[in-house]
Design a binder for this molecule. Structure first.
Ligand SMILES: NC(=O)c1ccc[n+]([C@@H]2O[C@H](COP(=O)([O-])OP(=O)(O)OC[C@H]3O[C@@H](n4cnc5c(N)ncnc54)[C@H](O)[C@@H]3O)[C@@H](O)[C@H]2O)c1
Length: 426
């Protein structure tokens, strides 16, 4: 289970004990212990929008700490995408890889850390290879598309911990000062006990790609990955995970069960839904309504809101609390860009020799979203235990196909476009 974080994460306060809501008045700042300037060799797995963005964020984070990044090796399913990035960073051809198995070659390179930024279907396999090779990891969310993958990710996270490797996830709200302050205040009683809330990612249609003439199933699924649940986990997992992650973080635990609805109104390719509405039961009479939609021309909201027994708060926004004035909430001194701050946090942990490990929390948030998807697809109530402990459950061993292994062995058969799960029949 996720444990509530009630301390600023920097290590300067390691030895300070907080007594419940009575937080003492301390000079709370995040100290940046830069250490001796260092050069980090980095490997990028997945040279798409986020992979390229995360690489630049890492370079900026290193610069802000007085360190240096060498983008040493890259891999992408498509050679031209890997070559484009290689050109930008002057990477010689013998360190540039492609195809579904190219990541094995990258992991054999002498890099200190890797950025994992492919579609989520490949994440558990790539994470396993990275940890086996002793690399620190920046891992984009989500970290799996099914319960089997998410449990595997948690298991590998424990191996990373035992090896003293740092794992930081692309759940950037956890690295954003406004969210960190609110979470700290909530964990220290500012709004009493959370009793309910709403989390949303409702917006317009996402991009999609049509199949090209004579294109292989594997190529089509990789190019059009945000349309296939086998690749993305569906948009409740791929996108709405951010808001569900905030719910788990603020409430301090994962949900007990989910009952969800969903459907496909206007999507054109692949097999995903384009809207979900899920009631997450967190136990102790706490319910969170989750909404996500990718339908253009409809009401948009990307937000989190929580009601408590003594107040209410938005995730990173306004808090209504009579108790707040009596709390000393730290000024979390972060980089203005949370996408950069993630890498500041990662680099500091490596330099200071104090490994951090977000594997379990990001995997649990991924599982939370998967639980909602399974409920909406099947029309059934799905319990957390169905995905984590109850080996008799029909969903415990759910592993979507084609899998990452199918891509590596060249056995990919794409699901039919526009054929979607039917609740009550699935
Ligand atoms: N934290 C955030 O706010 C945020 C924002 C955007 C994307 N993301 C996440 O980042 C990940 C990537 O998203 P994106 O927008 O960059 O997608 P993208 O399609 O732009 O890039 C993905 C890249 O991975 C490559 N790829 C696919 N399978 C591969 C494999 N097996 N081996 C090597 N390369 C492979 C693709 O060819 C592509 O270039 C997703 O998990 C997404 O959810 C996170």
């Amino acid at each position: 289970m996720t444990t509530p974080i009630i301390m600023p994460r920097r290590n300067f306060l390691k030895n300070v004990a907080f007594a419940g809501a009575a937080v003492s008045a301390l000079p709370l700042f995040n100290v940046r212990a830069e250490g001796t300037p260092r050069k980090f060799k980095v490997g990028l797995v997945g040279c798409g929008g986020r992979g390229k963005g995360a690489t630049e964020n890492l370079i900026e984070a290193a610069k802000s700490l007085g360190h240096e990044i060498e983008v040493y090796s890259v891999v992408d399913f498509f050679a031209d995408r890997a070559n484009d990035v290689a050109k930008k960073y002057n990477i010689p051809a013998d360190r540039v890889f492609s195809g579904a198995t190219g990541y094995h070659d990258l992991m054999a390179q002498p890099v200190d850390l890797v950025i994992l930024a492919t579609p989520p279907a490949f994440r558990p396999a790539h994470f396993e290879a990275a940890v086996k090779a002793g690399k620190h990891v920046f891992v984009e969310k989500p970290v799996a598309v099914d319960p089997v993958g998410a449990r595997k990710f948690i298991e590998i996270g424990e191996v990373a911990k035992a090896k003293g490797l740092s794992v930081v996830a692309g759940t950037q709200r956890r690295h954003q000062a406004s969210y960190m302050k609110n979470q700290f205040a909530v964990a220290n009683g500012a709004i009493g006990k959370i009793v309910g809330g709403t989390v949303s990612w409702c917006g317009g249609r996402l991009w999609f790609k049509n199949r090209e003439k004579d294109e292989s199933d594997a190529s089509y699924m990789v190019r059009n990955w945000t349309s296939f649940s086998q690749m993305s986990g569906d948009h409740i997992v791929e996108q709405h995970l951010h808001n569900l992650d905030v719910a788990n973080w603020f409430i301090g635990r994962t949900p007990v069960s989910a009952v969800g609805f969903g459907g496909r109104a206007r999507r054109q390719t692949g097999d995903q839904f384009d809207f979900f509405s899920v009631d997450y039961n967190y136990g102790e009479d706490v319910h969170i309504h989750s909404m996500c939609r990718q339908v253009s021309g409809t009401y948009s909201s990307v937000s989190e809101f929580f009601s408590g027994t003594e107040g209410s708060t938005f995730g990173g926004g306004k808090m209504t609390s009579a108790k707040l004035a009596a709390l000393t909430v730290p000024e979390f001194k972060t980089h203005a860009n949370p996408y950069v701050e993630e890498h500041v946090y990662l680099l500091q942990s490596i330099v200071n020799g104090t490994p951090v490990n977000a594997a379990r929390t990001v995997a649990e948030s991924t599982l939370t979203a998967i639980m909602g998807r399974i409920s909406a697809y099947t029309g059934q109530l799905v319990r957390w235990s169905d995905l984590t402990t109850n080996t008799e459950s029909p969903w415990y061993n759910l592993a979507l196909s084609p899998s990452a292994a199918d891509f590596e062995s060249g056995k990919v058969v794409a699901p039919k476009d526009d054929v979607v799960p039917v609740p009550g029949e699935a």
